[in-house]
Design a protein around this ligand. Sequence first.
Ligand SMILES: Cc1cc2nc3c(=O)[nH]c(=O)nc-3n(C[C@H](O)[C@H](O)[C@H](O)COP(=O)(O)O)c2cc1C
Length: 326
Amino acid sequence: MGTPGVRRLIRNGKVTDPSSPSLATTAAGITFQNPIVLAAGTAAYGREIANVVALDRLGGLVTKAVSVEVRPGAPAPRVADFGDGMINAVGLANPGMDVVKRDELPWLAANVQRARVMVNVVGRVLEDFARVVETLDDAPGFQAFELNVSCPNTRAGGLEFGADRDTLTALVSQARARTKRPLFVKLSPTLVNIGEVAKCAADAGADGITVVNTIPGLVIDTETRRPAVGFGSGGVSGPGLRPVGVLATYRVRTAVSLPILGVGGVTSADDALQYLLAGASIVGIGTAALADPRQPERIVDGLRHWCAAHGVARISDIIGTVEWPS
Ligand SMILES: Cc1cc2nc3c(=O)[nH]c(=O)nc-3n(C[C@H](O)[C@H](O)[C@H](O)COP(=O)(O)O)c2cc1C
């Protein structure tokens, strides 16, 4: 576009003042310097990837799952590429809340200054979520919790926590009672009415909604006639998930007024923009960052260029501005 403001921002194809346009977004009282965060389970606890990713250039990162107990995880192979995306069955492997508190959160506190950190929480029974939240709450190194209610509830025969309204209400309100930090609730794309589930989480005290988690799938190796991942079935992520996640974001946005972390299939700045237009305040990147750890930084640069080229002074101005057909 040829507006004077845009000419000031771009010279020789480069944005001349990197602090303008503003990429900052605020969600649940937390200001992110830009909307791009690393999605849960794909950045470990930050330390493991710090030598390949400039974490403080990103908006933030969500840690790998944290459970009450140590989880050894699922048998290998845990991930498989199937061309159009990835399937994973990691089994939410993690060292347990006490080790994360002792070893991982202090590292994040000492080494991550500008990026915001959210701790992803999982459980086998609903009380586990409140226990993890209570145990980690006085630790340094993070700003919010993300409750992964897409994982199986062992007491309900493996039905995911988010699929039952009473369970979800109890889970979120128990966690709410243990912390003043913002609570994001992460939902599965398979929920029948995701907007209503988001409303249920909001009524129980959630401060934000993350959509979406992976979608269940099966990839079979036709030579061995065995599933591609050791557990059998797994979670599908990557580009094919993007339209599903963007729609879930739009549906949640129209159902509740909470901020949204949109995630699923983002590989480029254009993909991230789709989530922002649909209503996300923050955008997560998982599979694309596993494939190329520098891609999230390029996406931040791409957002800055897009804003400059479109005369958008603040990226937060475009959140939720998709023009829905009437
Ligand atoms: C290897 C792997 C591990 C994951 N671990 C977690 C996890 O611990 N907790 C969680 O809530 N989501 C987890 N996820 C889901 C991602 O956070 C994200 O919701 C999903 O992969 C969709 O985003 P993507 O298409 O950008 O990967 C994991 C995904 C992958 C690929």
